[in-house]
Write a protein that binds this ligand. Sequence first.
Ligand code: NAP
Length: 435
Amino acid sequence: MKSYKVAIVGAGPAGYFAAQALQNSQNENLKFAIDMIERLPTPWGLVRSGVAPDHPKIKTVAKVFEKIATTEGFRLFGNIELGTDISVSELEDMYDAVVFATGSSRGRKLGIPGEDLPGSLSAADFVPWYNAHPDFTGVDISLDCDTAVVIGAGNVAMDVARMLALEPSELDTTDTAEHALEKLHKSSIRKVHICGRRGPEHAAFTSPELRELPKLEHTDVHIDQHQIAEAIKRAEAEGELPKDLKSNLEAMQAIAEAEKKGHERSMYFHFLATPLEIKGNSRVEEVVFGINEVKDGKVSATGETFAIKCGLVVSAIGYQSDEISGLPYEGGKVKNHDGRIDGRSSYVVGWAKRGPSGVIGTNKSDSTDVMKLLVEDLKEPKPETDLEKLLIERGATIVAQSDWEKINAHEVATGEPLGKPRVKLVSRTEMLGIK
Ligand code: NAP
């Protein structure tokens, strides 16, 4: 029987699914000791700090993560930062294989004038702020205005728009960060515009998310019926509609046709609108858009423009991975071939491997495929080493699985009397005080 040591860096979905794939490939001749290293004192990655608080069902996948984490041979090393507490080369020396599951946390930039004005920010800052990520508690969000503009036609843009357009009491029984809930309750925002640069037929939203919108109890959602009809005509002219596109367009049509209740809060979809400039003297005052058209299947500028007056702009146009010192980097992700990092016994999974696409479940098949390669590549096991001892010698404070379980239990217990799934701690010191 051969026993191999694998380090997985990053305790998000891709990391856990990689661990699960390794656990599932064990047999009487093959065993894995898995050490998962995570920068934060809390695991679960985007399931904790990305998924919108009003989508609790999506977060139930955390039960699967906890099962993986409590399987024999798995250790969590929370509160340990790659590059500070331990380097890439040290991990590569100590382990038979290293799997990087470090995600993509940096928001892509629009690259237009006015993007850096106060009142303009990226979803990469806004989402972790409302989700209690300890590094984002101080993000300055202008909610003292009537109108917000969200740029992008993907699910992150939709989450952001919904979080801004919901009646805040709808979030009272969720795990929204307490600081965000307090601020959202005082928010003056009543109109949220969500703007895509191409047509409805090109939007990256998925239909379950679109179908929720007409069900919102305190928010009217507007889509121009004519624009959807035109998009359907254009898409049908290209041939039979693929299932997902058909479902998306039907969901948008249902939003357009839904009765508007005259709610104080509303959300407006705009398509074929490219952001050209964010204007304002000392803070955001309006966004200027170029109007596009679709001709022969191609999107092009008409030369005409329109503007939306607003006090807040959130761009949700995708993410990039942060460069990790010691790893090859290319095109916003770790350079790899099908997850293998050339010339070393290291692998990359999830958004750091393929870029920021796909839902949580996408990572299961993706990580499984990469772990098959890892198993194929295994040579003779390396001699025993002790990461825990090394980190303690370096003065690191490790959050082990049993420590995380205490933090988790504390958060859940605090939430219970309030009817919430949990009250998330935001301070590292507080988290470490509980362990
Ligand atoms: P995304 O799905 O790739 O959408 C990005 C959007 O930004 C696209 O509409 C894109 O338009 C637009 N965009 C890019 N550059 C732009 C620019 N310079 N100006 C204007 N618009 C621009 O990315 P995401 O929303 O960040 O989501 C990432 C992944 O997470 C997706 O797979 C998503 O489905 C998933 N996710 C899922 C859920 C859920 O299941 N509920 C929730 C959140 C996220 P073009 O198409 O024209 O480039």
